[in-house]
Write a protein that binds this ligand. Structure first.
Ligand code: XMP
Length: 327
C-alpha cells in the first residue's frame, strides 16, 4: 500500500525487515507511477537524495538520470564518493557537472551572507535546468522530500522546497518516494539499499556548503583551507569514535590574519575555528567538549598540514546566542 500522507498508525521503520517491506512497496509503486518514462534527480550526495536515487535505480534502472552539481563548495571527497557509489557501483546514469569556476566567479567579492546564499541557490537552479534541457523526454522529477518537510511547510515554517525555482517551461510530475518517512527511517532504508554508512549516517551539511564557513568574500585559497581543515577534523573524529555521536562538527576560516612564527620566520596567516555541537532539534545546541589530547593533536595537524593557517581556535558558544553556522 502506498500513501500520500503518513498514516497516524504507521509503525516507525527501525529494523531491516520493516525497511525491506517499505522498499518492496515503493519499488512496486514507482514502477506503476513511472511506467517506461524517464525521471530526473538532482543528486547532492546527502542522505535524502541518495536514498531516493538508490530506490529509483532499483525500481527503474536506466530510466533514471541523476545530475550531480559540484558547486565547488562541497567537502573533500564528496563528488568522488557520489561518482564511485552511484556511477561505478550502482551503474546509474550519472551526469557530473563540475561548475566550480562558474560558482566561484559569481561569488567573487560578494561579502553579504544572504547575497551569497541567493547566488548559490539561483546558480544551482540554472546549472540543473541547463542539464535538464539537454535531455529529451523527461517527464518526472524525483525529490528527497521527507515527512518533516511536509509538516514544516504546512505549518508555514519552511517553504516547500526542492523543486521551487525551476523555470516555468519545465513542468515535471513529482516523484517523492520517501515523503512519508522521518529522517531516522530514511537512514535505515538507505542502509538496507546498500548505501555506505558514512553516506547514510552523515552529519547535516548546509546547501550553500563550505561557502557559509568561509565568511565574507570567498577566495579559492581560503576555501581550500576550510576544506582541508574540515577533512582533518572529520578524519580525527572518526578515529576517535566521535563520528555519529556528535551532531555536527566543522571548521571555519574567517577573513582576518594574525602574526605567527614558523621555521624561525614571521607568518601572517588565518586562524581556523573548530565548532562541534550537539542538539536534537537544532533550535538549541550545546557544545561538545573535546579532550585536551584531541585538541592538541588537531592543532598540530591543522597548523602543519593546512597552508595559510597559523592559529587554531575552539568555539565554546552554545545556540542561542550563536547560530550553528557563521553565516
Ligand atoms: P543555524 O546556523 O541556523 O543552523 O543555527 C541550523 C542547522 O541548519 C543548517 N543550515 C542550513 N542548511 N541550507 C541548509 O540546507 C542553509 O542555508 C543552512 N544554513 C544552516 C546548519 O548546518 C545546521 O545544521
Amino acid at each position: 500500500m502506498v500513501y500520500d500522507r503518513r498514516p497516524d498508525d504507521m509503525k516507525r521503520i527501525t529494523t531491516g525487515e520493516l525497511a525491506d517491506e517499505f522498499i518492496e512497496e515503493q519499488i512496486f509503486a514507482l514502477r506503476e507511477q513511472i511506467g517506461d518514462k524517464k525521471v530526473l534527480l538532482a543528486l547532492s550526495g546527502g542522505v535524502d537524495s541518495s536514498v531516493v536515487a538508490a530506490l529509483l535505480i532499483k525500481a527503474v534502472g536506466k530510466q533514471l538520470t541523476c545530475v550531480h552539481v559540484n558547486h565547488g563548495l562541497l567537502r573533500k571527497g564528496e563528488p568522488e564518493q557520489v561518482i564511485e557509489v552511484f556511477k561505478n557501483q550502482m551503474k546509474a546514469n550519472l551526469i557530473y557537472v563540475d561548475a566550480t569556476d562558474r560558482f566561484l566567479d559569481k561569488l567573487a567579492g560578494v561579502t553579504d551572507p544572504e547575497q551569497k546564499r541567493k547566488i548559490i541557490g539561483s546558480e544551482f537552479i540554472d546549472v540543473f535546468a541547463e542539464e535538464a534541457h539537454k535531455l529529451n523526454g523527461i517527464e518526472f522529477l524525483a525529490q528527497g522530500t521527507i515527512w518533516p518537510d511536509i509538516l514544516e511547510s504546512e505549518a508555514g515554517i519552511k517553504a516547500h522546497h526542492n523543486a521551487g525555482g525551476l523555470p516555468e517551461d519545465m513542468k515535471f510530475e513529482l516523484v517523492e518516494p520517501v515523503k512519508i518517512l522521518f529522517k531516522d527511517e530514511v537512514r535505515v532504508v538507505g542502509e538496507r539499499l546498500g548505501l555506505p554508512a558514512n553516506m547514510v549516517y552523515r552529519q547535516p551539511f548546509p546547501g550553500p556548503g563550505l561557502g557559509v564557513r568561509c565568511p565574507g568574500a570567498i577566495t579559492r585559497d581560503r576555501l581550500e583551507a576550510v576544506r582541508e581543515s574540515d577533512a582533518i577534523l572529520r578524519e580525527e573524529f572518526a578515529k576517535n569514535g566521535l563520528e555519529g555521536k556528535v551532531w555536527q562538527y566543522f571548521t571555519v576560516v574567517p577573513d582576518f590574519k594574525s602574526t605567527g612564527v614558523k621555521d624561525g620566520k614571521r607568518t601572517f596567516d588565518w586562524p581556523c575555528i573548530i565548532r562541534a555541537i550537539n542538539t536534537t532539534d537544532v533550535m538549541e545546541v550545546t557544545v561538545e567538549h573535546l579532550s585536551d589530547e584531541l585538541i592538541d593533536h588537531l592543532v598540530k595537524r591543522i597548523i602543519t598540514e593546512v597552508p595559510g593557517i597559523n592559529r587554531v581556535l575552539f568555539d565554546y558558544t552554545p545556540k542561542p546566542p550563536a547560530t550553528v553556522e557563521y553565516e
